[in-house]
Ligand binder design. Structure first.
Ligand code: ADP
Length: 327
């Protein structure tokens, strides 16, 4: 296939707070602002950033669980932004989602077998034998025994439930899965098993992942490319190797220096970021990171830096690091 599998253009989501009586006076949360990126077939793009930076909203915008304020979502060259419910249902075969908490995203009244085959049954009626064969295949694909198909989610462990959620997402053979903090609620050892499962699935099927996580050690393990978000915007987009070896945006640098290393005797260079994420209702002027940035210059307080390409191909939104003249 030529071209990207998923293309996101200038996507934005603004939430109006208040009762809407006088719209112009309502505070607006700019949860996602002017976000553009693409995902190639078979690629893992990770979206990272502190809590509240807009990662989950972005995932929900892609799935059209929330409606964008502006911007476009294009999958396989088709703009799905304006699709109605019927077209959207068909299109969802191309992109499935795995959530952080598999317990609340799985129907507790259905057995594991019914859960994993439900997406297929939304499109075609299966006979009992067909359903059982499909359930057994899907469960095996995510490393579980077929007998599990008769159990309910409450009878499974957290790791088993997340495997089930992955099997369900795989059932329609989508070329892309959006995973929102899909391993964050799991113990570290179970996390590693699920991550390895995702890597194996990618190797065997060529599936692409848009993987959302606040945990850089997870991201370093699985990403091909990484987009770093701050207050609703992408501030750096680079290959995983380049990002960890040479973080360029001061926010990326601070995030990486704060992330734990597998070897506790090693230390990350740089200083962790200080202070709180500002409110997206009233973001700082210019570069939204400037109040927390040790390198900020006058221009950073006055002008929003564009996401600009660097010599190595990465994109960075920073006046200082992209060499904009000081004012
Ligand atoms: P993350 O996933 O990175 O933690 P979110 O996408 O959940 O961030 O949230 C981004 C911002 O949008 C936060 O400030 C959050 O409070 C706000 N937000 C999310 N959903 C809503 C909503 N339904 N109404 C108002 N504000 C929202």
């Amino acid at each position: 296939m030529s071209g990207p599998l998923l293309k996101v253009e200038n996507l934005a989501k603004h939430y109006m707070l208040g009762n809407g009586f006088l719209k112009q006076n309502c505070p607006v949360v700019r949860a996602v602002e002017d976000v553009s990126f693409s995902v190639a077939p078979g690629e893992t793009l990770c979206i990272v950033g502190e809590s509240g930076c807009g990662k989950s909203t972005l995932a929900r915008l892609l799935m059209r669980i929330v409606e964008p304020t502006s911007g476009r979502v294009i999958i396989d060259g088709t703009d799905i932004t304006e699709f109605g419910p019927h077209a959207l249902r068909v299109w969802r075969r191309r992109m499935q989602m795995v959530f952080q908490d598999p317990y609340s995203s799985l129907n507790p009244r259905l057995t594991a077998g019914q859960i994993v085959t439900e997406p297929v049954e939304n499109f075609e009626r299966l006979k009992r034998k067909q359903r059982e064969a499909l359930a057994a295949d899907l469960l095996q694909e995510v490393g579980m025994r077929p007998e599990i198909m008769h159990r309910f989610p409450s009878e499974l462990s957290g790791g088993q439930r997340q495997r089930l959620a992955i099997a369900r997402a795989l059932s329609l053979r989508p070329p892309l899965i959006v995973a929102d903090e899909a391993v964050s609620a799991l113990d570290v050892s179970v996390q590693a098993q699920i991550l390895n499962l995702l890597l194996d699935l990618q190797q065997n099927t060529g599936i692409a992942f848009l993987f959302i996580s606040h945990d850089l050690s997870v991201v370093e393990h699985i990403a091909h490319r990484v987009a770093v978000m701050y207050l609703g915007r992408i501030v750096e987009l680079a290959t995983c190797e380049a990002l960890f070896a040479n973080p360029t945006h001061p926010y990326t640098e601070a995030l990486i220096s704060a992330a734990p290393l597998p070897d506790p005797t090693r230390v990350r260079p740089g200083a962790p970021v200080e202070g709180e994420v500002p409110s997206p209702i009233n973001p700082p002027s210019g570069c939204a990171f400037h109040p927390r940035c040790p390198h900020a210059i006058k221009r950073c307080r006055q002008e929003m830096p564009p996401l600009a390409p660097m010599a190595d191909g990465r994109l960075v939104a920073c006046h200082v690091r992209t060499g904009a003249p000081a004012i």
